[in-house]
Design a protein around this ligand. Structure first.
Ligand SMILES: *[C@@H]1O[C@H](CO)[C@@H](O)[C@H](O)[C@H]1NC(C)=O
Ligand SMILES: *[C@@H]1O[C@H](CO)[C@@H](O)[C@H](O)[C@H]1NC(C)=O
Ligand SMILES: *[C@@H]1O[C@H](CO)[C@@H](O)[C@H](O)[C@H]1NC(C)=O
Ligand SMILES: *[C@@H]1O[C@H](CO)[C@@H](O)[C@H](O)[C@H]1NC(C)=O
Ligand SMILES: *[C@@H]1O[C@H](CO)[C@@H](O)[C@H](O)[C@H]1NC(C)=O
Ligand SMILES: *[C@@H]1O[C@H](CO)[C@@H](O)[C@H](O)[C@H]1NC(C)=O
Ligand SMILES: *[C@@H]1O[C@H](CO)[C@@H](O)[C@H](O)[C@H]1NC(C)=O
Ligand SMILES: *[C@@H]1O[C@H](CO)[C@@H](O)[C@H](O)[C@H]1NC(C)=O
Ligand SMILES: *[C@@H]1O[C@H](CO)[C@@H](O)[C@H](O)[C@H]1NC(C)=O
Ligand SMILES: *[C@@H]1O[C@H](CO)[C@@H](O)[C@H](O)[C@H]1NC(C)=O
Ligand SMILES: *[C@@H]1O[C@H](CO)[C@@H](O)[C@H](O)[C@H]1NC(C)=O
Ligand SMILES: *[C@@H]1O[C@H](CO)[C@@H](O)[C@H](O)[C@H]1NC(C)=O
Length: 465
């Protein structure tokens, strides 16, 4: 037993933590707080965390009780070797309230996952002390204020997700400087502003996932993103990014998603942007102000592409032929540009294509009008309105049994209203207005039980409905 000759603080510790006593005695006569029983520190931190939360369903009140070791509390896991908290994972339980600074004392923590538990207020800077932390997921809460720059101290971090909160201010410039193991980085759906820091990605060779979508980030896309060899997902959509699409992105050979839509990007699409992206499935540059031609060979080495969305830009020139040879393509949206010329005929012969949206361009020419040249078995949606198409309404549409939407208005189609339309049982919208259709209104269209909108106006139809 400790003797009465020790000063009071040590006597107190000796009673509290008899096993640690020898270390305390040999190290120093006035022990620092780190020599205190670590389990007790963890317990204190968990209780402090709990004490700030309103816990309306009593989830913590029922489980986090003193008659049970905290290692068995709901959402808590401990190390195998000692009673120290390694995981705090509470997901989709309403807790509500601020996050305690004491979380920074869970020094053995590896995983902190507090997804959608209704916590609000600031992210405590003390989290930056969790040097063993590898997974930090605070998605879907009401956290506000700026991202504490101390998070940049988390050298072991592999996964950082703060998306769907109301974080504001700038991204700390050195946030990722020490995170050589970081794989997943998402700050999407916040209110972050300012530039994406120029050197943010200069020391993150393991990154495979970047999602900064739906913030208010401005300025250029940093060139450093082009030097991330593992990157598979890049989503910077719905910000206010300026400047051009960096040609260095062509270095990202593993990319499956490239989404830069809803920004203020200008200039031309780099000629070789996609030349090494054999895994690319999503290519979204919609809603920017890109100009120039769509590079002729852009799609010549992208066999995995499923979705192309370039709508709402200022692109001109023809549609590249390579698009018609993409075996996986399901979604093709090129609307609201200034594209000219005829549509490459192979586009009307794609086995998986579900959506063709070319509205508001200056495309011209007839559309193949036989079942060999026009075969789109999966087609659900075709929008060719406001172009200069001529010729007949393609009878190949008759075999597109999944068609829901046909928008062909404002063209120069010369035809009757085809009776085969009555076979398209899924058809919901049929717009053929402002063309040169003649003949009478085919009564069989009453067969289309799902049809909710029909526009045949400004044609030369005769007879009665
Ligand atoms: C450390 O603190 C924990 C939690 O209060 C307690 O259960 C444990 O007995 C203490 N360990 C020692 C060695 O005192
Ligand atoms: C611990 O105490 C609570 C009430 O405080 C009780 O509901 C629970 O059953 C007890 N658990 C055990 C394992 O004794
Ligand atoms: C834990 O963290 C809080 C706030 O960050 C601090 O005041 C306290 O002294 C720390 N240490 C222990 C052992 O609880
Ligand atoms: C956190 O939990 C959610 C829900 O189970 C899960 O989807 C998410 O992947 C987890 N985060 C991490 C970093 O493991
Ligand atoms: C973000 O959170 C809101 C409510 O908090 C929810 O309605 C919305 O679906 C979430 N969005 C995403 C992308 O998780
Ligand atoms: C990117 O973030 C948005 C918003 O949270 C979400 O809807 C989308 O699924 C995310 N993408 C991935 C692959 O994480
Ligand atoms: C990119 O993020 C936006 C907004 O969060 C989301 O709606 C969109 O689905 C994401 N794009 C892809 C291809 O995952
Ligand atoms: C962006 O997030 C807001 C909520 O913060 C949501 O209402 C909006 O739909 C989101 N926009 C996109 C494009 O995901
Ligand atoms: C492209 O990638 C190579 C190899 O990954 C790298 O050496 C080079 O610096 C990258 N180029 C740019 C401009 O980032
Ligand atoms: C981005 O472009 C939109 C319309 O294209 C415009 O309303 C907005 O002001 C622009 N934002 C910036 C920051 O230039
Ligand atoms: C009317 O619809 C049925 C299916 O409900 C279809 O078999 C028939 O061919 C259609 N009639 C005409 C004239 O297309
Ligand atoms: C309708 O027919 C008349 C005469 O046949 C022709 O002058 C007129 O241009 C046609 N209108 C449309 C909209 O095709």
């Amino acid at each position: 037993m400790a003797t009465a000759s020790y000063p009071m603080p040590i006597l107190f510790l000796a009673i509290l933590v008899p096993i640690l006593l020898p270390a305390v005695v040999s190290s120093s006569p006035s022990p620092s707080v780190t020599n205190v029983n670590g389990s007790y520190t963890d317990l204190t931190a968990l209780l402090a965390f709990k004490s700030l939360l309103s816990d309306p369903l009593g989830i913590l009140a029922g489980s986090w009780t003193s008659n049970v070791s905290f290692c068995r509390w709901v959402g808590v896991s401990c190390s195998h070797h000692r009673p120290r908290v390694t995981t705090l994972r509470l997901v989709d339980v309403p807790l509500h309230g601020p996050l305690s600074q004491h979380l920074g004392n869970l020094s053995f923590l590896i995983m902190l996952n507090l997804t959608r538990i209704g916590v609000a207020g600031l992210i405590p800077p003390e989290i930056g002390r969790l040097r063993r932390l590898r997974f930090l997921d605070l998605r879907g809460n009401g956290l506000s204020g700026t991202i504490p720059s101390t998070i940049g101290n988390l050298k072991s971090l592999e996964f950082l997700r703060l998306s769907n909160n109301t974080l504001s201010g700038q991204i700390p410039p050195r946030l990722l400087q020490s995170m050589r193991n970081l794989q997943w980085f998402t700050l999407a759906w916040n209110e972050l502003s300012g530039n994406i820091p120029l050197y943010l990605f200069n020391n993150t060779p393991s990154l495979n996932h970047i999602n900064l979508s739906n913030n208010s980030l401005s300025g250029p896309i940093p060139q450093g993103i082009g030097s991330l060899p593992m990157l598979t997902y890049l989503n910077l959509s719905a910000n206010a990014l300026h400047g051009s699409v960096p040609a260095v992105l062509s270095n990202l050979t593993r990319l499956t998603v490239l989404d830069l839509s809803f920004n203020n990007l200008t200039g031309e699409i780099p000629q070789r942007l996609l030349q090494s992206m054999r895994n690319l499935e999503w290519f979204y540059l919609a809603w920017n102000d890109l100009s120039g031609n769509i590079p002729l060979y852009l799609f010549n080495n992208t066999p995995s592409l499923k979705n192309i969305d370039l709508r709402k830009n200022s692109l001109s020139g023809p549609i590249p032929h390579g698009i018609g040879s993409l075996p996986m393509l399901e979604y093709l949206s090129l609307g609201y540009n200034q594209l000219t010329g005829t549509v490459p005929p192979t586009i009307y012969n794609m086995s998986r294509l579900q959506v063709i949206a070319f509205k508001s361009n200056s495309l011209t020419g007839p559309i193949p009008n036989n079942n060999q040249s026009f075969s789109l078995p999966m087609l659900q949606w075709i929008t060719l309105s406001r172009n200069n198409f001529v010729g007949r309404i393609p009878s190949g549409l008759a075999s597109c049994q999944h068609l829901q939407v046909i928008f062909l208005s404002y063209n120069f189609f010369v035809d009757v209203v085809p009776t085969w339309l009555a076979q398209l049982q899924q058809l919901t919208y049929l717009y053929l207005g402002t063309n040169s259709l003649h003949g009478s209104f085919p009564a069989v269209l009453s067969n289309l039980t799902r049809l909710t909108e029909l526009d045949l106006s400004f044609n030369n139809l005769t007879g009665e409905f």
